[in-house]
Design a protein around this ligand. Sequence first.
Ligand SMILES: [Zn+2]
Ligand SMILES: [Zn+2]
Length: 138
Amino acid sequence: MRFLIRSALRQGTLCGREEDCPDRVFRCRQCGYSQPGELDACPACGAGWKAIDVSHGPACPKHLVEEAFETPNGILVRRCFRLLNAKSIGLAITLADITEEELRVMESIEAEKQEQAAGEDRDAKSFQELLLRKLSRR
Ligand SMILES: [Zn+2]
Ligand SMILES: [Zn+2]
């Protein structure tokens, strides 16, 4: 569950464009042929490059996270993120609207967010110290 929450919070930093994916897959739209290497044309059916799609492969971090979100736990975490969003735009959510389980996940999300924010502060601070040390040496 924590893994799912962390992944969701970091989703933006995971694999970005399909073209930059470490495990990208090229697939022919016409016949379904696929391979990890770049395809200019389909070797199976001869379709041109316009029929070739590039997508995130099975070992891509983004793909793995997306897969994890299709599990029951993942769906629960997604729902809780939506509930928190609703709360942040001013919708009133009472304890009667959510289950015990959802409440617990929402609490974990908040805790994880705070931990992450604290971690960023620490990083920024140590970077500043490093900079100061470097400057004072000159
Ligand atoms: Zn990817
Ligand atoms: Zn093909």
